[in-house]
Design a protein around this ligand. Structure first.
Ligand code: HEC
Length: 267
């Protein structure tokens, strides 16, 4: 026989320990950790689904549109516009209505508000929206009106920064623990095992980075989704393989051979 040795002949690393070689206390600790991490992951998925799935108006699926809207906004008009075209349309004459809408669409300038818009609000809306009813938006004065003319531009930059740092710290820590446990599994080829360990960290960087890029270029929502899927797949793979090799399989033959060698050494 010539050429490269068969993968199964690659000798075990001096410091490698298979699950079967670990003391029971450590295996119990690993198992308990895996169980809690697995449960936490399920809750995270449920939370994710309910937070994002309804963004595009269809709460039954988590779609590309959901992700785009979450990060870059729906691009639809403001609350004021929606109300003026909907339930509030009967509160004022057509021409005044279109003046309000065009003013809001053009960004709601203060100067124009003071000059011609304020009187319309005061005359047509104050009867109900003067702030005395806590259930209705207060439309009294420029600062209050501004709150209902904001466009939906998606999750704010500062919120993203906050969520990013929590995510990066938290998820790196989880995959450090999971990867450490998984490092005791016997998986060949070695490059594949290393890829599985590294993948969630790469996917995490792609995922979090794409939250920001989606604001600028919508198709990055695909990267967010693919990143999330890769993280989930590597989590599932490491979890299942670790649990299975820890309790349900015989140790691989190379490990058994090494153990036999060790006993002979001792005598
Ligand atoms: C007769 C009372 C009355 C007047 C006058 C009135 N509104 Fe309203 N408005 C309501 C009530 C009640 C609601 C909450 C129920 C609803 O949304 O239909 C509401 C809700 C709203 C909302 C919030 C919609 C949302 O996003 O939930 C906006 C914005 C609004 N009104 C704008 C206006 C504007 C602008 C005017 C003047 C042109 C106006 N309203 C005049 C009673 C009034």
């Amino acid at each position: 026989m010539t050429g490269k040795p068969n993968q199964s002949e690659v000798p075990l690393h001096r410091l490698y320990r298979h699950f079967s070689e670990l003391p029971y206390s450590l295996r119990v600790l690993y198992t308990a950790t895996l169980l809690v991490l697995g449960t936490a992951y399920l809750f995270a998925l449920i939370y994710l689904f309910y937070t994002y799935s309804g963004k595009d108006g269809n709460p039954r699926t988590l779609s590309y549109e959901d992700i785009v809207i979450a990060y870059s906004g729906s691009g639809k008009g403001s609350r004021l516009e929606a109300a003026l075209r909907g339930s509030m349309s009967a509160m004022l004459p057509r021409d005044e209505l279109s003046t309000l809408v065009s003013w809001a669409q053009e960004g709601g300038e203060r100067a124009r508000y003071e000059k011609e818009i304020r009187t319309t609000f005061d005359r047509r809306c104050m009867a109900c929206h003067d702030g005395s009813n806590p259930h209705l938006p207060n439309l009294n004065g420029f600062d209050n009106v501004q709150k209902v003319i904001e466009r939906d531009t998606g999750t704010g930059l500062f919120t993203l920064v906050r969520v990013s740092h929590i995510h990066l710290f938290g998820i790196a820590f989880i995959f450090f623990v999971l990867g450490t446990i998984f490092s005791h599994a016997y998986v060949r080829p070695v490059w594949f095992k290393c890829t599985v360990v590294a993948l969630p960290f790469i996917a995490l960087a792609l995922d979090v980075g794409s939250w920001y890029f989606t604001k600028i270029f919508h198709p990055f929502a695909w990267v967010v989704m693919i990143g999330g899927a890769l993280i989930g797949m590597s989590f599932a793979f490491m979890w299942v393989v670790s649990m299975y090799q820890m309790w349900f399989t015989r140790p691989p033959s190379v490990v058994l051979q090494r153990q036999e060698g060790a006993t002979t050494d001792v005598g």
